[in-house]
Design a protein around this ligand. Structure first.
Ligand SMILES: [Mg+2]
Length: 406
């Protein structure tokens, strides 16, 4: 099997409402680049990339001369062809490599008529559990604003009712820490027996990170995720707070993982199939974590069904996955895959069983959301539509006003 073509299509898929985070917002839609890698036998492998609100079409098209004639089974060769660790200093292609790895695994699975998890050691679970992933949100069409503790609890109640979540993650770093602490405590009070996690995306100062961490010690926390920035910052919080720490910001490659093993800063490594350059590097990293008794979970950088499939296949094969995965997926109104959005049952999504990634493109939906992208364009992920001129600093002291009218 040889690669003969790469196609890339940028789509904008509507969210229920604009999602606020410490660095800005997702402005009511996800912009994702859908990648189709065609082989000489007529099979098409699917990949996906996005997160920053921009198109990556041109970057994928530019890789065709590197990939034409490449055998999709040769994944280690692919890594060195396009993301050699020193050559990549100039072009930083890790995320592009990830999307191409997804597509090659999809091609391999279809060619052999087996699901991707069979190529990765075989599945250990039939479904992957997910956390509710709660955001402060601006009002969206048909959806009320989420800003106050009561609105947040109501939002979580609806998600729990509809999808069955028993783990709740609050994405914070938007409002002052004391206000978000009140919100977090409201969740703990509303869902006794459920587990919690808080992630302010590394924007707290050391003093606020310590204060927040100590204040939640008595709650049923999975972990405190990136309260402050940097391996050294996390290490100092970890020394003084009795809550496990997690990160998806500063252990995102093997060099950083080695540092974290030698001098522990985070207890739980959130593996992201895009940030790490594919599903397979995440499995390698999970093996290191297993050896050194570090926890692992599955990170979400914002996904449609193709990327979600990579997270499900990863989650299926990790022996040491003892935490629910994260997904933005339930915040979406639709998807580009055949059958529309995959469903949660009791907080879990079934691992796809079809050949390859087990999801296929719905051409009508792809065309509809490609049109929507043409109409609306990208958006600046690191800006907040409600705060013109504002940009994030780390540590942040210019939080949004929780009492201001939107
Ligand atoms: Mg995070």
């Amino acid at each position: 099997m040889k690669i003969v073509d790469i196609r890339a299509t940028t789509v904008a898929v509507p969210l229920e409402a604009p999602l606020r985070h410490s660095n800005g917002a997702h402005w009511g839609r996800f912009v994702r680049t859908i990648v189709e890698v065609e082989a000489d036998n007529g099979l098409v492998g699917l990949g996906e990339m996005g997160g920053g609100g921009e198109s990556a079409e041109a970057a994928f098209r530019a890789l065709l001369p590197y990939l034409a004639g490449h055998d999709p089974f040769q994944l280690e060769a692919l890594r060195f062809k396009i993301a050699n660790p020193t050559a990549s200093l100039y072009n930083n292609r890790t995320q592009l490599l990830a999307a191409l790895e997804f597509a090659c695994l999809d091609l391999m699975g279809q060619h052999l008529d087996v699901p991707v998890h069979d190529l990765l050691g075989g599945k250990l679970r039939e479904q992957v559990p997910f956390a509710s992933y709660l955001f402060f949100r601006y009002e969206g069409e048909g959806f009320a604003e989420v800003r106050t503790p009561d609105q947040l609890v109501e939002h979580a109640r609806r998600l729990k009712r509809e999808h069955g979540f028993t783990v709740h993650k609050l994405k914070g770093g938007v409002f002052p820490p004391d206000y978000e602490l009140e919100c977090y405590r409201a969740l703990a009070a509303a869902f006794p027996g459920d587990r919690l996690r808080y992630d302010p995306n590394a924007v707290l100062s050391m003093a606020e990170g310590l204060r927040f961490g100590r204040a939640i010690e008595g709650l049923d926390n999975d972990y405190l995720e990136d309260p402050v920035f940097g391996l050294e910052g996390l290490r100092l919080v970890r020394e003084q707070v009795r809550v496990p720490l997690a990160t998806n910001t500063v252990v995102v490659n093997f060099e950083q993982l080695a540092s974290n093993v030698l001098r522990r800063s985070a207890d739980v490594v959130l593996l992201d199939t895009t940030f790490w350059g594919g599903i397979r590097p995440c499995i390698k990293a999970a093996g290191v974590c297993e050896t050194f008794q570090l926890g692992v979970a599955v990170h979400s950088s914002g996904e449609l069904g193709i990327q979600l499939a990579t997270m499900l296949h990863l989650g299926a094969v990790l022996p040491n996955l003892t935490y629910a995965a994260d997904a933005h997926y339930h915040q979406l109104r639709d998807d580009v895959i055949v059958g529309g959005k995959l469903a949660y049952h009791e907080g879990r999504i079934a691992v796809p069983e079809g050949p390859g990634l087990g999801v296929r493109l719905d051409r009508e939906r792809l065309a509809r959301y490609a049109e929507l992208y043409k109409e609306l364009g990208g958006y600046p992920y690191d800006r907040d539509p409600g705060r013109p001129g504002w940009y994030a600093q780390v540590p942040n002291e210019r939080f949004a006003d929780p009492y201001a009218a939107p």
